[in-house]
Ligand binder design. Sequence first.
Ligand code: C5P
Length: 396
Amino acid sequence: MIELKGRKLVLGVTGGVAAYKAAELVRLLGKAGADVHVVLTEGGARFVTAVTFQALSGNRVWTDLWDPRMDNNMAHIDLTRDADAILIAPATADVMAKLAHGQADDLLTTLCLARDCPLLVAPAMNRQMWEHPATRRNAAQLVADGVTLLGPAAGEQACGEVGLGRMLEPEALCEAVIGFFQPRLLAGRRIVMTAGPTFEAIDPVRGITNSSSGKMAYGLARACAQAGAEVILVSGPVALSVPEGCRRVNVKSALEMREAVFAALPGADVFIGVAAVADYRPATSAEHKIKKSGAELTITLTPNPDILADVAGLPNPPFCVGFAAESRNLDEYAEGKRKAKKLPLIVGNLVQDGLGGDDNEVVLFDAAGRHPLPKAPKPEVARAIVAHLAALLPKI
Ligand code: C5P
């Protein structure tokens, strides 16, 4: 994924034990396409050396306000001149206190004071330090000054205590940085989405399912959350982690999925049916494991409810979006489904082009006609769907 392509980030690493995780963060940000310039404080350099960051970022590392390497000797101005953001991870209680008071006694704090780009701060400290009234005041002051706080998380700490103060994991920080740069097109919207396959039990250990991986739904849920929406993912069994900012409700069968969807619907602005819901389920599920007898075995199937059509058919339905994966006649079948299920928007996708790969090519169908989206990496396609959806929603 190259979702930070073209972004220049200054990463400030201060003196907390979580500094070792900043090395992994540099690698992840770089993998996402960012050009990362590390500024290491004196304390940070006690935990991880500049050599590590230099090797991982491919850029020289800055530590000293008086570094003569810049032609004009103005590292504190030049480093952030064309930066898209400064991220401090880990941020100690000390650096937060300095920032809250506008102190500038080293390169990093001077850069922060002289910047004209956003500042993101990932606190990392002992639970008691985080809870101290002075840190609470400083954190509140930073937020009031327009600084974005990322975390901290709760959990086990290096000192052996458990509580709030841990730095977010590098993956979560990288996700937060990607999310930070996205337009908040769905701010204030509540979205319920179905995902993955369903599993229709034959007996306690067997069932009928399909090969849906859930990747499309989880990718779209991630894009919706990064656009500011509150997302509830009603998900069949998949091996994916829940995207940042989404809540997952686990279900197995289509009937369970339908029940969970209707329970989550009150207050929802949008419903997106991405799940590959089984069209049929065994009419009865055996209480005990069916024994092999050698004789022919017949399983009678009964149709499952169409969750999307049921939601769209409500007296005051949320804005409903469907998916249509077709192997041929995409326009005819997708538009046919849109009309039959009374959907304002359906995402059509020719399966021989899309499934499994990193890229996807979809066509959106709405009341205004067909809108083909260019073939692109899946996260980009998800963002294009979000933009189209956001433009169709009634204003709030
Ligand atoms: O009719 P078809 O299954 O092709 O329609 C696909 C769309 O309908 C998808 O959005 C899918 O999530 C939804 N669907 C549903 N419940 C079903 C079958 C499909 O919500 N039982």
